[in-house]
Design a protein around this ligand. Structure first.
Ligand SMILES: NC(=O)c1ccc[n+]([C@@H]2O[C@H](COP(=O)([O-])OP(=O)(O)OC[C@H]3O[C@@H](n4cnc5c(N)ncnc54)[C@H](O)[C@@H]3O)[C@@H](O)[C@H]2O)c1
Length: 325
């Protein structure tokens, strides 16, 4: 049974606790410690887990005392790499919420620290486990697109000012970033996962409505080393609710668009060849209640497989469009 310690008992921690509780019922993993600088949050999370889960308000103390083999980071994004370094130095494997961090330099240092300590360091990118994205990836790895020409992502969501006012870290460059690194980070990951190494990237962005430091609207243009062109359009200003979270791949022999409000529906699936996987398209659609989707549980199953030496981690900090088997 793997033992997990979790830092940051806010909104997304609930998805983690739910997934870990399911794994506990299967005898695979349990949450043994949780920590938040707001004591009530740590206590509430520990009570939800029950059993031996200990609540802490000090991350360093939790690391010192816990016998967990995995530390999950659900804290404000800019803290992730620094807390990852501390966890690595304590000999713990790390599962960091997305984004990995808010500065490349800090992320590189965390990767180095994990390498030095010989621990695994993974980043939560649960959308890769959506049935729609898994099917798309299989088609891609089988070469059904031929050459990819364009990889396009749209994240047309809405977040009210109240969302940013909920916590001081939101919308700051140091701890969060804007709609690209927060709301669109899964889409940035997917565009790069399918596009591979980037040759050039440019962006135009502005902060038009939300009172925050970082951008509320952005358009990114990418040229991949293969010659393919990528684009990411993201905003939190869509009226009146989330409209679209989509990924479109246009290739020489195939066109696929995965849409819905959060990559949950295959809207277009067309290839020059036929394949038994085409029959799976209608079963790959889901209707999650929130944009977080259902991916945390399958993601944890993957993480446990990595810790058990059954496979290599799919989402490490050094992702470069490498094919995952
Ligand atoms: N995978 C996803 O789809 C997804 C979805 C939402 C959020 N996230 C990510 O999860 C992270 C947290 O987001 P959230 O919406 O849960 O935020 P939140 O503000 O609701 O929760 C963060 C918690 O961390 C606590 N905290 C702050 N500093 C701490 C410290 N030093 N030690 C321990 N606890 C500390 C805060 O008190 C708060 O309770 C962010 O990085 C965000 O990008 C991921």
């Amino acid at each position: 049974m793997h033992k997990i310690a979790l830092a940051g008992c806010g909104r997304i921690s609930k998805n983690h606790i739910e997934a870990i509780n399911q794994l506990k019922s299967e005898g695979l993993a349990e949450l043994v410690a949780c920590c938040d600088i707001i004591p009530e949050r740590a206590i509430e999370a520990a009570m939800k887990v029950g059993g031996e889960c200990r609540a802490y308000t000090d991350y360093s103390q939790m690391l010192k005392e816990t016998d967990a083999d995995l530390v999950t980071l659900c804290t404000p994004s800019g803290l992730h790499p620094y807390q990852a370094i501390e966890a690595a130095e304590a000999g713990k494997n790390i599962l960091s919420e997305k984004p990995q961090g808010c500065s490349l330099e800090a992320c590189d240092k965390a990767i180095e620290a994990a390498d030095k300590a010989g621990v695994k360091y993974m980043v939560v990118k649960q959308n890769r486990f959506n049935p729609s994205i898994q099917l798309l990836r299989r088609a891609y790895e089988q070469g059904r697109f031929g050459k990819s020409y364009m990889i396009l992502a749209n994240v047309l969501w809405t977040r009210p000012q109240d969302y940013y006012d909920m916590a001081k870290w939101r919308g700051t460059y140091e701890l969060d970033g804007g709609c690209l690194s927060n709301q669109a980070s899964h889409y940035v990951d997917l565009v790069q996962w399918f596009g591979g190494e980037v040759e050039d990237v440019k962006a135009l962005y502005s902060t038009q409505k939300i009172k925050m430091e970082a951008e509320d609207t952005i358009s990114v243009a990418i040229k991949f080393k293969t010659g393919a062109i990528g684009s990411i359009n993201a905003t939190v200003l869509t009226y009146p609710k989330n409209l679209e979270g989509s990924l479109t791949i246009l290739g020489d022999k195939g066109t696929v668009r995965v849409g819905g409000f959060a990559l949950n529906q295959i809207e277009h699936w067309e290839f020059a060849d036929q394949d038994p996987m085409d029959e799976e398209v209608k079963n790959a659609n889901e209707a999650p209640k929130s944009v977080y989707g259902h991916g945390h549980l399958p993601y944890y199953r993957h993480v446990l497989d990595v810790l058990d030496g059954k496979c290599e981690p799919m989402c490490t900090g050094r992702e470069l469009g490498r094919l995952w088997k």
